[in-house]
Ligand binder design. Structure first.
Ligand code: G6P
Length: 369
């Protein structure tokens, strides 16, 4: 009821602001990186981790995008070949099964029909090693997987997923570290550094949430547009996808995301002063390339909304609006960069007067095909 909303206007806003707490809860009790973090009712994780050579991630919607982030981590940090597939596609296509695969499903509800069907399909193809990153411990997904990691986002009411996404990312990062460790690829020093970065996330997230007034002013511009483009590169391409999805879901603005290098292969043709372009631009090794993508947009009259790091040298100027993130966060940066995009979608929807928590035509949990 209304009482539970406290100072917030909608559940979505409340859930965005709950993220520091949700991440802290998800990490509580994590003393070190051990496979046991992923033990399920049906098996011990260390035995499973020793018997796999690759990972296949299956999910839908926002959970699929957390899988796309995890692929970068799994290949970069754990050196495990990783494939990510939309569950509704995987379940119906002919694929080449490998029994030495860890099948990872990601689901907030644990009841999404397509994701459950994809899991059953993978098992039928002979892949018995299964793990779920899931927010509901009593769900069908948890029952049907060997191993599980239960995120502690708490109940998520808003149809557009927010805190479930960031807690999934925290769980998938821990999974990456546990797999790296089981392969002798994680030194004690690296383990300590990663754990420290994870533990600092709630504080870092508070710093990002404090940017809300700046996103409210961006949202005033977006509310008057009918299209938007989101660009990212590398680890932040999935964050661009998630930002576009959030905007579509609740503000009904048509939004697309592209890996920035693909701009010249099509979407550049759409750029006018009526097409705001959001750029996720943390200071990683792809920054210089991203800066030239920004110039390409400017040269065509496009207006840029750039999420930059504390130390990114991009200044606000005519047609370029910059919000600087308080901290540079290395490989965990997607967890921080998604938050301003959630706030942008939320405040754009508010400005347009849509039903934020219950957008038209969408359901929180899709339990039928
Ligand atoms: C629906 C929800 C999305 C969610 C997706 C997958 O479309 O509206 O927010 O990402 O289902 O749900 P799951 O519970 O499997 O994560």
């Amino acid at each position: 009821g209304a009482a539970e909303l406290g100072p917030y206007r909608h559940y979505m806003q409340k859930e965005i602001f709950e993220q520091p707490r949700a991440i802290a809860d998800t990490l509580e009790g994590v003393q070190g990186i051990v496979p046991e973090l992923f033990d399920g009712a049906n098996a011990a994780a260390w035995r499973v981790f020793k018997n796999i050579d690759k990972v296949l991630i299956l999910a839908c919607g926002t959970s699929y995008y957390s899988g796309l982030v995890a692929r970068y981590w799994l290949e970069d940090i754990a050196a495990i070949p990783t494939q990510v597939e939309v569950a509704s596609e995987y379940r119906y296509r002919t694929s080449v099964p490998d029994p030495r695969t860890l099948v990872v499903t990601i689901s907030q509800s644990g009841e999404t029909a397509d994701t459950l069907a994809a899991l059953r399909h993978a098992k039928k193809l002979g892949m018995q090693h299964t793990l779920t990153v899931c927010n509901v411990a009593t769900s069908a997904m948890v029952r049907e997987c060997e191993l599980a990691y239960i995120t502690r986002a708490g109940v998520e009411v808003g149809v557009a997923s927010t805190k479930a996404f960031t807690t999934q990312l925290a769980g998938l990062f821990l999974l990456t570290l546990a797999l790296a460790q089981s392969r002798g690829r994680l030194s004690e020093e690296q383990e300590a550094q990663h754990l420290q970065a994870l533990r600092h996330l709630p504080v870092a997230l508070q710093g990002v949430l404090a940017l809300e007034p700046l996103l409210i002013s961006w949202a005033e511009d977006f509310a008057r547009k009918e299209n938007a483009l989101f660009l990212g590169r590398g680890l932040h391409y999935p964050i661009a996808l998630e930002g576009a999805l959030k905007l579509k879901e609740i503000s009904y603005i048509h939004a697309e995301a592209y890996p920035a290098g693909e701009l010249k292969h099509g979407p550049l043709a759409l750029v006018t002063d009526q097409m705001p372009v959001v750029t996720v631009a943390p200071n990683d090794q792809l920054l210089e390339k991203l800066k030239s993508n920004i110039q390409e947009v400017r040269a065509r009259g496009g207006v840029l909304y750039v999420l930059a790091d504390a130390d990114t040298r991009i200044a606000s100027s005519e047609g370029i609006h910059v919000i600087r993130m308080p901290e540079h966060y290395g490989v965990l940066s997607p967890l921080l960069h998604v938050v301003p995009l959630q706030l942008l979608a939320y405040h754009t929807a508010c400005a347009r007067g849509t039903d934020v928590d219950k957008p038209r035509n969408l359901a929180k949990s899709v339990t039928v095909e």
